[in-house]
Design a protein around this ligand. Structure first.
Ligand code: FAD
Length: 292
């Protein structure tokens, strides 16, 4: 383990970021000291991103994949006195992007997603831009070559392979951590859980990672059902299950009923997440429900 880089005092923007960079540094320093006591092994991996200080990543690709969603690719471009050899995060973890505007500095969370041929020292993220969003205004203007500051990864999600059934309920860009976790599970040859995804989208253009989810359908233990609030211009692919309606409590209840040993994992807007959490908890104990 590398000693954490101390943040500049000015890195704390006093806007209540979660987690605050100064707290992260203290916690990482303590972890490093504890590790030193335990081990004298030389570190083999030097991560290109750090939770306790900002690292510069340059934009290397901007792809619009729906009217409001961008797929952005970033590559390590810092000049710190370290030679990173990997970009490491656990599935379901997120990064914080630093923004600056007339009102000062602030951060927002974004989730790296696994993609084919990923750059060794980089990451990819799906970003929805909102008309009046503070970070969205900056993201909309990003171009290849622009520099951005990131810290992380954060989040302590761990996959529990003891469940026989894993039900994921995702909405919009909530698919980012869900896709990352499902990909990890599917790639574990020892996993014997059945994975079901209910994916809620506004319309056909909004079915994010559609090809990637379609390809996952080739695995024996994964199936996906897509729900569209607006199904204009819908063209289904072979074997794709697309409902021309919103996901209802009945559909969730029918899936859950009769299944013991099931975990439900939910990711979407606050209202969406809270609604399905309440519904699912009428059927299963709350410790079997995870909110990203
Ligand atoms: C752990 C975590 C991981 C995340 N990962 C991703 C990710 O991978 N991709 C991604 O696009 N976003 C992700 N988000 C959301 C992201 O952090 C921002 O909240 C989002 O980009 C909006 O930021 P903003 O500054 O543009 O909008 P803000 O200035 O914060 O909000 C302004 C307005 O934008 C609209 N708005 C903002 N957020 C939402 C929302 N979720 N649903 C509906 N309307 C909204 C509302 O009208 C709101 O009033 C994640 C959030 C968390 C907590």
């Amino acid at each position: 383990m590398e000693p954490p880089e101390p943040p500049d005092e000015s890195d704390c923007c006093n806007s209540g970021c979660n987690p605050c960079i100064l707290d992260v540094y203290e916690a990482q320093l303590q972890k490093y000291k504890d590790n030193l006591k335990k081990s004298t092994l030389r570190p083999l991996e030097v991560n290109s991103i750090s939770p306790s200080s900002y690292t510069i990543f340059v934009v290397v690709a901007v792809r619009r994949i729906s009217p409001t969603v961008l797929l952005l690719k970033f590559e390590y471009a810092d000049t710190k006195d370290k030679t990173p050899n990997c970009f490491k995060y656990n599935c379901g973890q997120y990064l914080l992007l630093r923004g600056q505007d007339g009102d000062g500095e602030f951060t927002r969370a974004y989730t790296p997603i696994p993609v084919e041929n990923e750059i060794k020292l980089g990451f990819t993220t799906l970003v929805r831009v909102y008309p009046f969003g503070r970070m969205s205004r900056l993201l909309k203007k990003l171009q290849v070559g622009d520099k951005t500051s990131w810290r992380g990864p954060y989040g302590d999600f761990t996959i529990n392979y003891n469940y026989k059934y894993l039900l994921f309920i995702a909405q919009g860009t909530g698919i980012a951590p869900v896709f990352s976790v499902i990909s990890e599970i599917i790639n574990n040859p020892e996993c014997e859980s059945f994975i079901k995804l209910f994916f809620c989208c506004c319309d056909c253009d909004d079915i994010l990672l559609r090809n990637e989810l379609y390809d996952l359908g080739a695995y024996w233990n994964f199936s996906c059902e897509i729900f569209l609030s607006n199904s204009n211009n819908l063209v289904k692919k072979y074997n794709e299950v697309v409902h021309e309606c919103k996901l209802t409590t009945n559909i969730v209840t029918n899936y859950i009923n009769g299944k013991n040993n099931l975990q439900t994992l939910i990711c979407g807007s606050d209202n969406f997440t809270q609604f399905f959490k309440n519904e699912v908890e009428k059927l299963v104990e709350s410790n079997n429900v995870y909110l990203f």
